[in-house]
Write a protein that binds this ligand. Structure first.
Ligand SMILES: Nc1nc2c(ncn2[C@@H]2O[C@H](COP(=O)(O)OP(=O)(O)OP(=O)(O)O)[C@@H](O)[C@H]2O)c(=O)[nH]1
Ligand SMILES: [Mg+2]
Length: 383
């Protein structure tokens, strides 16, 4: 670990990250920057694309708008690049097609099925959106999301490590997917291999030593337990008719996140005491469940099975992480309001005069699970 100046390679990458995150953002104006952080194959890209695609379907068409839901929320992709909705459809369709060939719930699904459908990310990918509360005076808030290649996590001495640190430093929300089979395995080696909590702790120790963020304050860290179908499935054979089985498992899952990431959380809290830590489980696929671990030369791998012969890919709670982000964004806007008045920005601002932001914040809060505490029996809550 070092606090020396960045190497030229790292410097160039960090400058590039800053440019990408700042593109289209007016200085001093609100914006939200989100980083997806975690080791290779934990599920960042699949989850990010699914989350955005579900959210866009709802909030772009205004289907969420009902009389009681005014003001209307809008999330629009900014680029002409293929939107998350399109890339996600392609990705999920590939998975769907491959899964459809397997018709027995008693059959182990081959690992290649998943790996051929979603390849490891090679570069940092950016997704640019604009968020708005539609009220007729609208100013849109840029949201920038960055999905890192997990391979960067392996290279603790290289520019990749510096780039990962810089990404965390620059973003306000950090999404940290958690592989639940590894989390629940009770096996440290599997946990380190899949979720790398020790590397994550080192990353924040490094940032702490570098004294970053200053006025920017703490993060909203969103832990997202993934591949958790087995533990949230009321009809799992292990439930043996116990109606509380999945509630107990979900609570245990929450407690395991709390335990496994306690060191990470305490390093962050010690330096950036206003940080918040949400836990929001997501079932990206919904149709397959972890059955057992297989061990070979490359380590441990989850083996999945279908929940039923005709189980179809159907995400559960995939929109929850983005709702948490928007809750944070709206809360910040409420806090900044007096400052914006002083700057005379208010005419060009999206508050309107009717308390729309407050109502929007309430609407989003109502739909965000676990926001008022935890751990609830559904596994959502704050640490
Ligand atoms: N069973 C199951 N497999 C998943 C799920 N999400 C992703 N996968 C598979 O897990 C593997 C890794 O997914 P990615 O989304 O590429 O993970 P990543 O964290 O972006 O990985 P890198 O790009 O290498 O950092 C792929 O084989 C996916 O098909 C899930 O919810 N359930
Ligand atoms: Mg990826």
């Amino acid at each position: 670990m070092t606090t020396n100046p960045l190497s030229p390679d790292a410097q160039a990458v960090v400058e590039q990250i800053k440019r990408e995150l700042d593109e289209g953002v007016r200085p001093g104006r609100p914006r939200l920057r989100v980083a997806f952080i975690g080791p290779s194959r934990v599920g960042k890209t699949t989850m990010l694309l699914t989350m955005l695609s579900v959210f866009l379907q709802r909030f772009r068409t205004g289907r969420e708008q009902t009389a009681g839901d005014f003001p209307r929320l809008e999330l629009k992709p900014e680029d002409h690049q293929p939107t998350a909705a399109i890339s996600n459809d392609a990705l999920l369709n590939r998975l769907r097609a491959k899964l459809a060939r397997f018709t027995s719930p008693d059959e182990d699904l081959p690992r290649e099925l998943f790996d051929e459908a979603v390849r490891p990310s090679k570069t940092l990918s950016y997704y640019r959106y604009r968020f708005n509360v539609v009220n007729g005076v609208g100013t849109e808030i840029p949201i920038r999301m960055a999905d890192m290649p997990g391979s960067w996590f392996n290279n603790v001495n290289g520019w990749e490590w510096e780039a990962t640190a810089a990404l965390c430093e620059l973003c306000d929300v950090l999404v940290v997917p958690v592989d639940v089979p590894a989390l629940m395995s009770g096996n440290r080696d599997i946990m380190e291999m899949r979720n790398a909590p020790t590397a994550l702790r080192s990353l924040f120790q490094y940032l702490s030593a570098r004294d970053v963020r200053g006025d920017a304050g703490g993060w909203l860290v969103i832990f997202v337990p993934l591949r958790c179908e087995r533990w949230r499935w009321a009809d799992h054979p292990d439930a043996q008719g116990d109606p509380d089985w999945s509630a107990k498992q979900s609570r245990r899952m929450f407690e395991e996140v709390d335990r496994a990431y306690a060191d990470v959380v305490s390093v962050i809290r010690e330096k950036w005491s206003d940080s918040k830590f949400a836990v929001t489980p997501v079932e990206t696929l919904g149709s397959v469940h972890h059955h057992h671990f297989e061990n070979d030369d490359d380590g441990f791998h989850s083996v999945f099975r279908k929940k039923a012969a005709d189980a179809s890919v159907e995400g559960v709670d995939t929109d929850q992480p983005v709702l948490h982000m928007i809750t944070r964004l709206l809360a910040e806007q409420e806090l900044n309001r007096p400052r914006l008045f002083q700057q005379g920005c208010v005419h060009n601002w999206f508050y309107g005069v009717r308390g729309d932001i407050r109502r929007a914040a309430e609407l989003v809060r109502r739909r965000t699970k676990g926001i008022d505490g935890g751990p609830a029996d559904d596994g959502f809550g704050y640490l």
